[in-house]
Write a new protein. Sequence first.
Length: 206
Amino acid sequence: MNIQSFTSKLLESAVDEFSKLPGIGKKTALRLVLHLLNQDKEDVTHFGETIIKLRNEIKHCKSCNTISDTDICNICSDKSRDESVICVVENARDVMSIENTHQFNGIYHVLGGIISPMDGIGPNDLKIDSLHNKIEQGIAKELILALSTTMEGDTTNFYLYKKFKGFDVKITTLARGVAIGDELEYADEITLGRSIVNRTLFESSI
């Protein structure tokens, strides 16, 4: 869509911003912007203020690194959770996916990514040191490696296994109900739940 297609610079600017979102092309961005223009000003103002408040006030849990409204998220602060079982995931979306299965009662550790040399992401770019501290303190009895079954996910799983196999901690991984090459957020809840319940020792998957 070229610049001549727009009758308003304000419209063009808004479309450009929306099209920066993942999976949103120019046509979809235009449809979204026109939809907003058809809403009451109060609703659009509330929409904008909500996004600004989200960006300014959102926190990352100081314990597990997931997205939270408070310094310690509601999962880590829940005394009924088993803090000896730590599920290692890539991002906050994976936490939400696993929570939706209602099959896990431990706590999480969000790495904030996975090892990907092609993207210039190495171990030092991930939240691994804080996980190391938890294991070194003897809090964790089991470490569930729940990263996506992609090449990058498997590489990160293997790196963590090599790093922590010398500690007194059981290292497991999701059962292969999650297909090879799948990302956790796209796995259905039943399949993902079964993969957690039927998790296996990581060394048996090598």
